[in-house]
Design a protein around this ligand. Sequence first.
Ligand code: ADP
Length: 160
Amino acid sequence: MAVSRALVPGSFDPVTNGHLDIIARAASMFDDVRVVVARNASKTPLFPLEERLVMLGEVCAPFKNVAVETFDGLLVEYALRTGATVIVKGLRAVSDFEYELQMALMNRRLADRVETVFLMTGAEYSYLSSNIVKEIARLGGAVEGLVPKSVEKRLREKLA
Ligand code: ADP
């Protein structure tokens, strides 16, 4: 039988427990999951790409069928090149929906063999984003329970 391969894309600046929840759900649904970080993202990140990859590598290590990769250019092209047939996205709230619908429909137009699948976040992560975590950490608030321990430590160091 063919291997089911899924991509979980994002900027992961930094990876949060909300991302991890989606990655874990994807890992239990697909044979092979690749967490993919765009090299050419327009946003200026807090954590440089290499550091985001290290953090992702650490937290994804327990999942034997999850790998962390980077890609250049279009996500759907990367999916076609690597034999991935599914893009997994997390949905937090209605506010995510409009943007995600636009992306999913555009990606389908570009490559209709690649299906976007939405997974609902765990309720405890529905308000969680990388941006809000950075904001809290910047202002000296506790981010315990929102991000993995290793990320918590790096955030403290980065913002000290
Ligand atoms: P953000 O949207 O927080 O800046 P990313 O660009 O890294 O983060 O998001 C990558 C993917 O992870 C998107 O599909 C986004 O919807 C999903 N995601 C981010 N945070 C959560 C969360 N708390 N629960 C579920 N999915 C999430």
